[in-house]
Design a protein around this ligand. Structure first.
Ligand code: PEP
Length: 251
């Protein structure tokens, strides 16, 4: 049985005081919720504040990006060790906004995933097709390539810890959600690809989140699909009540 994992990606939102307030409200409502793994991913500047709020609770801390090197002359970058130092257990890698605006490639995501795992962080590796790719029947090829290249060369114990997030780019922040059937079809494909990249047993262990305009109203049906193991939540994670309702839909 894979434990569902639901992460809030706050993107470039919330000053420290606002982030602390949101984390405290989520923590208060989810104090009893041990059946789902909950992760909050605030911007770097609020990691310490949010980490202090969730310390000692079931809620875990995640970052939204990192560099692959341990240290050195990389102005403006943050290392895996720095995230660990702040109490992070997870890090989102290869989000479509990083791929689109900051030109991150599968090779970069692969380097980051390896560095995260070596540092003891669990990477949430994002994949997903654009609207144009879906409309020209390239979804399968695009997602297969992204998963294969992003997760190449991991040993099995590292591979089993990875979380994959399937986020169709056309569904992110658009209010347009993949139907449960559309999402399940791609999740099942991703699990087949994972089996080829590592082996079928390891593929069964990897959790695959869906992301793209998840709301309380559509979460339950999405999360009840056999290969959907939770969600990566953007906009709806910025409001405590909406996020909490989504988490409860995963129970
Ligand atoms: C995301 O950015 O990862 C995301 C899924 O955003 P939204 O829920 O707002 O579509």
């Amino acid at each position: 049985m894979r434990k569902k994992v639901i992460a809030g990606n706050w993107k470039m939102n919330k000053l420290t005081a606002e982030a602390v307030e949101l984390a405290a409200a989520v923590k208060e409502s989810l104090a009893q919720c041990a059946d789902v793994e909950v992760i909050l991913c605030p911007p770097f500047t609020a990691l310490k504040g949010v980490g202090d709020v969730v310390a000692g609770s079931q809620i875990k801390l995640g970052a939204q990006n990192m560099h692959w090197e341990k240290e050195g002359a990389f102005t403006g970058e943050i290392s895996p060790g720095m995230l660990k130092d702040l109490g992070c257990q997870y890090v989102i890698l290869g989000h479509s906004e990083r791929r689109q605006y900051f030109h991150e490639t599968d090779m970069v995501v692969n380097r980051k995933a390896k560095a995260a795992l070596s540092a003891g962080l669990i990477p949430i590796v994002c994949v997903g097709e654009t609207l144009e790719q879906r409309e020209t029947n390239q979804t399968e090829d695009v997602v297969t390539t992204q998963v294969t290249k992003s997760l190449a060369g991991l040993d099995e114990s590292a591979f089993r810890r990875v979380v994959v997030a399937y986020e169709p780019v056309w569904a992110i922040g658009t209010g347009r959600t993949a139907t449960p059937a559309q999402a399940q079809a791609v999740h099942a494909l991703i699990r087949q690809v994972l089996a080829k990249v590592c082996n079928p047993g390891a593929a069964q262990a990897v959790r695959i989140q869906y992301g793209g305009s998840v709301k309380a109203a559509n979460a339950k049906e999405l999360f009840s699909q056999p290969d959907i193991d939770g969600g990566l939540i953007g906009g709806a994670a910025l409001d405590a009540a909406s996020f909490v309702d989504i988490v409860k839909a995963g129970v």
